[in-house]
Write a protein that binds this ligand. Structure first.
Ligand code: BEZ
Length: 388
């Protein structure tokens, strides 16, 4: 005789109710994306979002068992609107985690608001040193770099090349100032001198008067910090002014990342330093690049990598607590212990929550920033002023 399992109407109702309850206990994780969708850095914001979503998709659309619900704010790379913008995510949308942003000035306001409200914040680009310095906090993490890091790496390389007199040129806000400071620190340690800093306000692109001054001073090299559309124009203007032939233009890799198509011949042969390069031949990077190309019909850049790794950082915490974000300390402890398997190469986070990572020397060849060596291995930001 076989027993046929049957359910009474009451048992069925109880099961349905239970399923409903289970769903109610695990709502989607609310992720606030605060990135630029307009202005000079719009393409950078788009690449970060694509990278983030690519990782989530790789995990079957869930992190730590939680579906993801996105809330988006265009920060316009405008520091004066940053506090209002971040509060849309914190107070109005009550997100579980904020991922943002590109611009250091905007990110500083976000870090202050995140610290005050104890909202989890993952910074997928902005390098403002203070975020993993005086503003450091258990709930603030970075998947990118500190502004000091790529500048310092380029200073090491410039000194090794035997340059003695360098000028710097940058947008006059945290990212430019701190990149140039990192460059100067390593360059002068290696025997060089920065003879002059030239600046213009973000996002101004009237470079001509400054290029005239470079021509007059004739330094051995020029270190520049620009990114996005501004970097595309600067590299072309530098070439058009006839400077490329006589004075090497070097910089942190943002000068040529994601903009080679626009820069064309003007960027060929340029040397930069960054924590990512196009030709890193590892299974992780190759798989990342091919999936990105298939999904989005274009090639990834450093910003896409940082977005991908912001999602990985979040996942490392969520998996450890099975998606239960109320276990914040355990989440952070798991992230601190994680070895993030990034397309850039594996990295860990410092005590201040900034990536400790290799910085590559890259040379522009065709449409790629090709890795030609390692400038500094496992470079940690000094995290000056961080007390955690
Ligand atoms: C920044 O503002 O921190 C930044 C912007 C673009 C590229 C790199 C850094």
């Amino acid at each position: 005789m076989t027993l046929k399992p049957t359910l009474t109407a009451a048992a069925l109702a109880a099961l349905v109710a239970l399923a409903g309850n289970t769903q109610a206990q695990t709502p989607p994780l609310k992720v606030g994306l605060m990135l630029p969708a307009t202005g000079t850095f719009a393409a950078l914001g788009e690449a970060i979002e694509k990278g983030f979503k690519l990782y989530v998709e790789e995990q079957g659309g869930k992190l730590g068992g939680r579906e993801i619900q996105y809330f988006k704010v265009d920060d316009e790379s405008d520091p004066s609107k940053a506090t209002d913008n971040v509060n849309k995510l914190i107070k109005r949308d009550q997100v579980d985690v904020i991922v943002g942003t590109v611009h250091s000035g905007v990110a500083l306001a976000m870090a202050r608001a995140a610290k005050e409200s104890n909202t989890l914040l993952i910074v997928p680009n902005a390098g403002a040193d203070a975020i993993t310095g005086p503003l450091c906090a258990p709930n603030i993490l970075r998947s990118s770099f500190s502004n000091w890091q790529p500048g310092y790496a380029m200073g090491v390389v410039a000194a090794q090349k035997g340059y003695k007199r360098a000028m710097t040129i940058y947008w006059n806000y945290a990212a430019g100032q701190e990149s140039a400071k990192g460059f100067k620190e390593a360059f002068e340690k290696g025997g060089g001198t920065v003879i002059k800093d030239l600046t213009l306000p973000f996002p101004n692109v009237e470079f001509q008067p400054l290029l005239t001054e470079i021509a007059a001073q004739k330094p051995d090299a020029v270190f520049a910090f620009f990114a996005g559309a501004g970097a595309a124009k600067f590299v072309k203007d530098y070439d058009a002014a006839g400077l490329k032939r006589s004075i090497p233009l070097i910089g942190s890799g943002f000068l040529t990342d994601g903009v080679l198509e626009a820069q064309g011949a003007s960027a060929q042969g340029m040397i930069t330093t960054l924590h990512y390069a196009d030709g890193i031949d590892t299974p992780r990077n190759n798989s990342f690049r091919s999936k990105y190309a298939v999904n989005y019909k274009n090639q990834p850049d450093v910003y896409a990598v940082q977005g991908f790794d912001a999602a990985q950082t979040l996942a490392a915490g969520l998996v450890a607590v099975k998606g239960d974000t109320s276990k914040r300390d355990a989440m952070i402890a798991a992230i601190r212990k994680a070895n993030i398997d990034s397309p850039r190469g594996k990295y860990t986070l410092s005590a201040a929550h900034n990536p400790v990572q290799d910085f590559y020397v890259r040379e522009v060849k065709g449409r790629e920033n090709v890795m030609t060596g390692v400038a500094v291995k496992v470079l940690a930001d000094p995290a000056r002023g961080c007390k955690m």
